[in-house]
Design a protein around this ligand. Structure first.
Ligand SMILES: Nc1nc2c(ncn2[C@@H]2O[C@H](COP(=O)(O)OP(=O)(O)OP(=O)(O)O)[C@@H](O)[C@H]2O)c(=O)[nH]1
Ligand SMILES: [Mg+2]
Length: 392
């Protein structure tokens, strides 16, 4: 099972309450107040971990509840703090705070398929997240838009609170409540026997949406059966399922391409796109979020037209579907890969195709026969990081 979007309820621990107690000891008649303080509640902390590739753990455990602080005790003993709950999530997880009314509405009709607009994050700009003061009031703005303070919001998902991209990066989702002070803190000259103490503060809580957008440098897109998984298998150690029927790949697959100088590139193969994907035909646009962070896109075409379509039509359709999902996807550098060049008809079709798009970079390969695959590896590297330096 592959989970890339999941709603969770998070609650930090409440602070332990302060204690009302008085010192009792032989020969000390009035020992004074000795109630200890309550411990603070545990925080709910999210931590990015590059060993994870989806949110399956949260699917089975969607209630993230941290430990409470223990109450204070007599003899001046403070209660221990509650343990922080550290939840590991894959790198590339966005955290949205669901608005109250949104979460209630969705619970009623049980659907979360409400249409949601693509957020400006797709432009590759990272939000700046500021914590102000002790309170967790925060402002979220786009890097370039500090003046106008454009907030990153979405009608369905609520407000973006963080984007965990680096391995080990942490974010305190809910802060534990402070422990209450015991009565020994309240003794004054006028009231030497305070019979009251503070209760602990409640921990923060809320409903959140965790959304994974895979972090890969290259995104492979194309019609089903174009040979995306065959190419991924040829360039990396990934072993995706390959078969001559559409939608063999049901969720994104990641492959690591290794170069002789130990350089690595991550390539993401997403399920095939077909006409009407934006209306949820086929697997729809569900998985396109995973190529939103890619630096370049490789559009794979079945140049032999084995499924009875013309490569040119496929190309136009794929571009249209990408644009309908997020116009920023078309601004990414792209490489058109003409696959299945081992088939007899492919050569003629490639000629016609090149005539129609004279300015576009088109690379002919045969993923199955491993022909042109090394050239593909070279090209994607050049596009991602510029030409590799020659060794002296
Ligand atoms: N002749 C020929 N067939 C190929 C080539 N590459 C892939 N195929 C075949 O095309 C079919 C589909 O390949 P896949 O790699 O599963 O295609 P895909 O794009 O991942 O398809 P989905 O996962 O369904 O979107 C398989 O039967 C492959 O054997 C190629 O270079 N030449
Ligand atoms: Mg596939």
């Amino acid at each position: 099972m592959f989970v890339d979007e999941i709603k969770v309820f998070a609650q930090a621990g409440h602070g332990g309450k302060g204690c009302v107690a008085f010192h009792r000891e032989a020969f000390i008649a009035k020992g004074g107040p000795s109630g200890g303080n309550g411990g603070r509640g545990g925080d709910v902390i999210l931590q990015a971990d590059h060993d994870l590739n989806n949110l399956i753990q949260q699917f089975f455990n969607p209630r993230l509840i941290a430990e409470r602080g223990v109450g204070g005790m007599g003899k001046g003993m403070d209660g221990p703090a509650g343990k922080d709950l550290i939840i590991k999530v894959p790198c590339g997880t966005l955290v949205w705070k669901l608005a109250e009314e949104i979460s209630a509405e969705e619970d009623e009709d049980g659907s979360d398929e409400a249409h949601s607009k693509a957020i400006p994050l797709s432009t590759g700009k990272r939000p700046v997240i500021r914590h102000s003061g002790g309170q967790r009031a925060m402002e979220i703005q786009l890097d370039e838009d500090e003046e106008t303070g454009t907030e990153v919001r979405d009608a369905r998902k609520g407000e973006l609170v963080t984007d965990l991209t680096q391995d080990g990066q942490t974010f305190v989702l809910c802060k534990g409540g402070r422990g209450g002070l015991g009565n020994r803190n309240f003794a004054t000259a006028r009231n030497q026997t305070p019979r009251f103490a503070q209760p602990g503060e409640p921990g923060e809580e809320g409903n959140y949406l965790l959304e994974l957008r895979i972090i890969a440098e290259v995104g492979l897109v194309g019609y089903p059966n174009a040979g995306k998984s065959t190419l991924l298998k040829a360039i990396s150690k990934a072993r995706p399922k390959i078969a001559p029927y559409p939608f063999t790949t049901l969720h994104p697959q990641i492959g690591i391409v290794e170069y002789p100088d130990f350089h690595r590139l991550t390539v993401c193969d997403v399920p095939g796109l077909i006409e009407g994907a934006h209306n949820n035909v086929g697997l729809g646009h569900k998985f396109l979020r995973h190529i939103q962070r890619c630096k370049i896109l490789a559009i794979l075409l079945d140049m032999a037209g084995i499924d009875g379509r013309e490569p040119w039509d496929d190309y136009r359709q794929v571009l249209k579907e990408l644009e309908l999902y997020d116009p920023a996807l078309l601004k990414k550098p792209r490489l058109v890969v003409a696959n299945k060049m081992d088939e007899a008809v492919a050569e003629a079709k490639l000629k016609t195709f090149k005539r129609k798009v004279p300015k576009t970079n088109v690379l002919g390969i045969s993923a199955e026969l491993d022909d042109g695959v090394d050239k593909f590896k070279e090209l994607i590297r050049e596009m991602v990081q510029g030409k590799p330096r020659k060794r002296r």
